[in-house]
Design a protein. Structure first.
Length: 342
């Protein structure tokens, strides 16, 4: 070989053709390695196929001292040679088609059927999250019983009755208003709505008038459609006498009530967040199993109906040769994909 550049063969390798520029060789090896690791990353982590068994055949005769050279990585090689010894690849594990569905139902089940150790991580995460969700629900129930008890013994006790349990909206209104007001101010006959604007029912009647009357301050005829529509709105929105309350002489208890409601809201939000993560764990396990099954059953990573057969990288000079600037271009070679035996 001519020229002032020093060359040397790679240690322990036979039949290698030296390159003029060792930096070019290093860049080429890095580029090929990245491509190979991209392929290796596409295979399932729990596959029986080891990275060393991912055979690489580097053909040095295609690398020359000319302006451009090429390195081919063939997917057809049967085994890899490392330090004079060969490592035979093992056949991939059976990939049942139902593995993704199993992972969607029970995270980690599909990975277990594929022989992957990370199935334990999915299962442990699922168990931990479900325990946390149950604890959050227990905290919600405890807080609900607390604020219902405070309301019954403080705000509602004055009016007597059986204190029926209301919906969640009722307890929100208990927090927002000091009093409910009367449902029917004049019992008997036509419904007479509450007019005290400091109460919930009084605000409900104001909203009904603003919605259906031309002028909320001017009362239309009782038999008019405007009045009847407003009255129906009030009847559907206002709380009846069995749900009547007042915090006017129990400000301290109202503070305790608000604290119990806030605790219930926080616990419920925590439970919702945990259940969202549970769903994400199911989805992640499903996608993981689906990708691994597709890779194993189709013979490797690839596009639709294709599989990667090899990689070709080409080194070329750019610009003035004296600048010693080179570029590496890599291309993938695809062939029709064949199915592996189940």
């Amino acid at each position: 070989m001519t020229g002032s550049a020093k060359t040397r063969n790679l240690p322990g390798a036979r039949g290698w053709t030296p390159l003029r520029d060792r930096r070019c060789l290093g860049a080429l090896v890095v580029r090929v390695a990245l491509s190979v690791f991209a392929l290796a990353g596409a295979s399932p982590a729990g596959s029986q196929e080891s990275l060393a068994a991912r055979s690489l055949l580097i053909r040095p005769e295609s690398v020359s001292d000319s302006v451009s050279g090429s390195v081919r990585v063939g997917a057809e090689t049967e085994f890899a040679t490392l330090g004079g010894s060969s490592i035979q690849p093992r056949s991939p594990k059976r990939a049942p088609w139902w593995a993704p569905l199993a992972s969607l139902i029970v995270p980690g089940a599909g990975q277990a059927s594929l022989g992957q150790q990370r199935s334990v991580a999915y299962a442990l995460a699922e168990g931990y999250l479900l325990v946390q969700a149950l604890e959050a629900q227990r905290d919600v129930n405890r807080s609900i019983r607390s604020y219902q008890s405070i309301a019954a013994n403080s705000a509602r006790k004055t009016f007597g009755g059986s204190f029926p349990v209301g919906p969640w909206m009722y307890y929100e209104d208990l927090e927002r208003f000091d009093a409910s007001g009367q449902y029917d101010v004049v019992p008997g006959g036509v419904l007479d709505p509450e007019t005290d604007l400091q109460t919930f029912n009084g605000q409900s009647w104001l909203l009904a008038r603003q919605t259906y009357w031309n002028d909320p301050a001017v009362t239309p005829a009782v038999s008019s459609p405007e009045y009847q529509r407003a009255l129906a709105f009030y009847a559907a929105r206002a709380w009846g006498d069995q749900f009547r309350w007042s915090w006017r002489d129990a400000s301290l208890q109202k503070g305790e009530y608000k604290g119990a409601v806030s605790a219930a809201n926080r616990s419920n939000q925590r439970k919702t967040n945990i259940l969202t993560i549970v769903g994400a764990n199911h989805l992640a396990s499903f996608i993981d199993a689906y990708i691994n099954v597709r890779i194993r059953r189709s013979g490797g990573a690839g596009l639709v109906g294709l599989r990667i057969d090899g990689i070709e990288s080409r080194v070329s000079l750019v610009g003035d040769p004296a600048d010693n600037v080179r570029t590496i271009r890599t291309s993938l070679r695809f062939v029709p994909a064949g199915r592996l035996p189940d």
